[in-house]
Design a protein around this ligand. Sequence first.
Ligand SMILES: [Zn+2]
Ligand SMILES: [Zn+2]
Length: 184
Amino acid sequence: MRVHLVPLGQVPAETLDETARGLREHAPVDAVVESARTPPDGARSSRKDAWQATSLLEWLDTLPMAGGGKVMGVTEAEIVARKGNNPTWGILGMGSLDGRCSVISTYRMRRRWENGGAPEALVRERLWKISLHELGHTLGLDHCPTPGCLMEDAGGTVKTVDRETSLCERCAQRFAESLRANAR
Ligand SMILES: [Zn+2]
Ligand SMILES: [Zn+2]
């Protein structure tokens, strides 16, 4: 199955390459980097410099991609979603359940506001874990209660992601089954 990585605005080439490499390394997918696109102004959040994740997913779903497969937006900007009474809760990524599109943001992975940011090796690890998690949603996997499973609900914090190691047995099986179904 092909995963089209779509840079949203300016995204460093190494970030895109690392995401593609990380996905290929951890799942039998063909991750390819597409040309950069600029999301419509309507997808902007009321919070400065942030995007609304659900609006990004709707817009990404309108983009035609050769070869079919899944579409994953990648942005350096913050992405937000509604959580309870907070309409601008910062998140790491979002994927439509059993859908075509997902989006990931490096903003919380890098944590530039904290002690000069996260080390590159840690950012690389977060990139593959979070992209695999969102890809899992598009493959129909919901959040998993098993501690350490990549499909755990991160709750917007990389601390959850950092203690994750791999998909649990049940999620790994569902992930593989869904990939096979998508390949047909
Ligand atoms: Zn999730
Ligand atoms: Zn699991």
